[in-house]
Ligand binder design. Structure first.
Ligand code: ATP
Length: 235
């Protein structure tokens, strides 16, 4: 579905990621692991079109999309849920969700059905649909950020650090829902610090260090790798 070949991205003269090769097959959950600043968010923004590669190719369903604008990529089915949620805090939960469906704004039936599906996945969002999103708890805001991304009907959902700052019980629920979204047919690329939880639901992963991929493998391979256990999982 998605293939990055030899991708470099620069901020001015600083090369943030270099020679990135990665592949996501339809139906998979793929996780990017790595410390802060390793290049995961830059990779996400490049896939979603917010950054442009200075070298290399990004194929999505066989199309070369490296130079495409983000809004065109959303129409294609590549939808990013950014780190830090980036909600519209003064708008209600419902209004935030509706904004996510902007590309489908002419298809009222589709929006209604997708909204029902999002409310099924996250019942609390229906309960709080008339509340300002800024009044929600951290976990609820993360659910809303994922729900808003789902409103665009992604084929490939990019989730950047969905568990950051959340209590352990909420993290567990979050990963259960992410797995459910995947099982319902959405391919997922996930960046996570919480390697333990992420590898449990992922099919495979890539480890980033200083802007490069230093290791890749199936979740089982990464889980049993001593270096990974020491660096990201503990014990
Ligand atoms: P985090 O989880 O903290 O976002 P990350 O693995 O996603 O970490 P990136 O945000 O992709 O890492 O950052 C990769 C490198 O690029 C870092 O050295 C970072 O300081 C730098 N960087 C990121 N964004 C910019 C920017 N807009 N301008 C200049 N440098 C940047």
């Amino acid at each position: 579905m998605l293939k990055l070949s030899n991708v470099d991205v620069k901020y001015g003269s600083f090369t943030a990621i270099q020679n990135i090769n990665l592949e996501v097959e339809e139906g998979q959950v793929v996780v990017l692991l790595g410390a802060n600043g390793a290049g995961k968010s830059t990779t996400f923004k490049t896939i979603s079109g917010l950054n442009k590669p200075s070298r290399g190719e990004i194929l999505f369903e066989g199309m070369s999309t490296g130079k495409w604008a983000p809004e065109k990529k959303v129409q294609l089915g590549i939808v990013q849920c950014a780190e830090g949620r980036k909600l519209f805090p003064a708008m209600t939960v419902y209004e935030n969700l509706k904004m996510g469906a902007y590309v489908h704004r002419r298809n009222k039936k589709l929006i209604k059905e997708t909204l029902e599906h999002v409310y099924e996945l996250f019942p609390i969002l229906e309960e709080k649909q008339h509340d300002a999103s800024g009044s929600l708890s951290g976990g609820q805001q993360q659910m809303l950020a994922i729900g808003r991304a789902l409103m665009a009907k992604p084929k490939l959902l990019l989730l950047d650090e969905p568990s950051i700052g959340l209590a352990p019980l909420i993290v567990e629920q979050m990963f259960e829902v992410i797995q459910k979204i995947n099982r319902e047919g959405t391919t997922i690329l996930l960046a996570e610090q919480n390697a333990h939880a992420a590898l449990k639901i992922a099919h495979k992963g890539y480890v980033f260090e200083n802007g490069s991929v230093v290791l890749q493998g199936t979740s089982e391979e990464l889980f049993s790798n001593d270096e990974i256990r020491k660096a990201y999982i503990g014990a």
